[in-house]
Write a new protein. Structure first.
Length: 262
């Protein structure tokens, strides 16, 4: 446990500056959108930009996990590390998720504050028709967090596979192509499984409501932005997805435990 805490502390020291810059960048984008909306008298530009920041959160996770993996790849600190791959990768995954949660909560606060800015500050005839409030934002933030975790685990698996292939001289120079084909194949298999009759029947079992009602709606003449959150989530198929992520993580750990040369 002390070793894992030490790894987490190391990840915090490495990633805290990146997190800070990400938060500053979000504030900067909102501020620029505010000035542009004020100058152009188009309130929708300001509101939509704040939502774009929210929906870009999974890409932030991609940057976080890729950054910490690439750092280890360049420094090669873990080749002779006595800790298990599960602890090494687990600390990176957990720290990235924690950073991402902070970023998502920050984005939720930005959107929540932005909605409270009077539309009269931009243009009188622009209306915010409905907004479900902080609860709806947190629900969306939860979905963004789940998507981010999926991206992080998948990215970690592909990264480890990429470096594991370096040991095979015959395909070393085209391993990026193999990893790309592997990624495409995984997406196609996931889509195929999701469209099978058995999976769709399972998807109807143990379903719980995910969202209720609309979260956000804007309108002005020909400009409309409408975000609706309704639907159910199957606990059964969600559990299967979690199992698949665990298998990918364990596969990454198994490959890394072979002391691949990065």
């Amino acid at each position: 446990m002390n070793s894992f805490k030490g790894l987490m502390k190391k990840e915090w020291l490495i990633g805290k500056s990146t997190l800070l810059w990400l938060l500053v960048a979000q504030v900067g984008l909102v501020f620029i959108a505010l000035l542009a909306s004020r100058y152009l008298e188009v309130a929708g530009l300001f509101y939509v930009c704040t939502w774009i920041i929210m929906f870009l959160q999974p890409f932030i996770m991609f940057s976080l996990i890729f950054g910490c993996l690439n750092y280890e790849g360049k420094t090669q600190l873990w080749i002779h590390n006595p800790q298990s791959a599960a602890m090494l990768l687990g600390s990176k995954l957990l720290s990235s998720v924690l950073f991402q949660v902070v970023s998502i909560l920050f984005a939720c606060c930005l959107v929540f504050v932005a909605i409270r800015v009077p539309t009269s500050y931009f243009q009188q005839d622009f209306q915010v028709e409905s907004f479900s409030g902080l609860v709806g934002l947190l629900q969306i933030g939860g979905v963004m967090t789940a998507v981010s975790i999926v991206i992080a685990v998948l990215m970690m698996f592909l990264w480890v596979v990429y470096h594991a292939l370096a040991r095979i001289q015959l395909i070393k120079n085209i391993r990026w192509l193999i990893v790309s084909l592997l990624f495409i194949g995984m997406v196609l298999v996931k889509n195929w499984v999701g469209n099978t009759e058995i999976y769709m029947k399972l998807d109807d079992l143990w379903a719980v409501p995910a969202f209720n009602g609309s979260s956000f709606s804007l309108s002005q003449a020909k400009l409309e932005f409408y975000l609706e959150g309704r639907g159910n989530i199957s606990l059964l198929t969600s559990g299967l997805d979690v199992i698949a992520l665990v298998i990918l993580f364990l596969a990454s750990c198994w490959l890394l435990d072979r002391k691949i040369e990065v």
